[in-house]
Design a protein around this ligand. Sequence first.
Ligand SMILES: Nc1nc2c(ncn2[C@@H]2O[C@H](COP(=O)(O)OP(=O)(O)OP(=O)(O)O)[C@@H](O)[C@H]2O)c(=O)[nH]1
Ligand SMILES: [Mg+2]
Length: 308
Amino acid sequence: MFEDLPTVPTSQELLDKAFRRAAKAGLTPGKDEIVILTAGNILSDNLSNLVRSFPSLENLPPFYREIADIAVNIDDMRISLSRLSWASKQVRRITREYKGNLKRGGETSINKKAAFGRMSSVLRSIDKDLVFLGEARNKLRRIPFVDPELPTILIAGYPNVGKSSFIALITGARPEIASYPFTTKGVIVGHFLRGYQKYQVVDTPGLLDRPLSERNEIERQSIAALSHLQGVVLFIVDPAEHCGYPLESQMRLADDLKNQIALPMLVVANKSDLKELEGVPQMSTLSGEGVNAVLEMLVSMLEIKKSA
Ligand SMILES: Nc1nc2c(ncn2[C@@H]2O[C@H](COP(=O)(O)OP(=O)(O)OP(=O)(O)O)[C@@H](O)[C@H]2O)c(=O)[nH]1
Ligand SMILES: [Mg+2]
């Protein structure tokens, strides 16, 4: 989705690049005036291209918009981008002013040194914005692509119950798996094949049973996935409470989600090697027991959903 975002240079890199290119542009040595004009044009073009290379966040599908907002704060990003546009215009203005001055044959109001100095200080004033956008770009690029056309299984549940263990077992995804909560900090996507049909599995960070206003940024990504993506939900509970949370709270979260989201949901007990739970399908992503049966159920739920 955000794969094509280019790297964001620092202001010094922008300046160096523009002046190096201008000097190289086959110009007669000593013609510093033309170097300044060319460098000015390159700088203002580079800045406006940079602004254009960021996606227009208003037009993103709701899932990406929300995930991007959690990751980088869209308002801050908009402010930094508009400061880059401002800088591009400023550099263009300085270049024009300098050109006008040259035509009049004068080293009067704005000479070479002054033109260079003013361009540099415009660039320096957007230093922080460039750094911020560079970091934003790195975060945005980590957001995986979720294909809206593919039948999708969304994995949800309390932290540490074995959600990532499940996606690792049935897809090629290799998320981090660890014995502490909130190991998964963002949405992860994996795929598996059934004959010719490709299925998509979305692993989400753990969720606690609490109001949205109290949820952390990691949990809010799960809520974004569950509220904006289509598919069936595999809600994993850990009746052994090996995860560190009471089963009662886990079940309450399952009920809350059932009421909040309009997707079919299958509640499954994991870690059956440690403790069994009556009344729901069981599996152990450790021993592999019951995993295929759970997958069968999810696939048939997706088929029913498709034909409905
Ligand atoms: N005994 C047992 N342990 C399991 C099983 N499945 C997962 N675990 C362990 O439970 C811990 C958590 O597993 P993860 O797959 O990281 O759990 P998660 O739900 O993705 O956790 P978060 O990303 O933090 O929400 C790890 O130590 C796993 O090895 C199981 O079936 N049996
Ligand atoms: Mg996980």
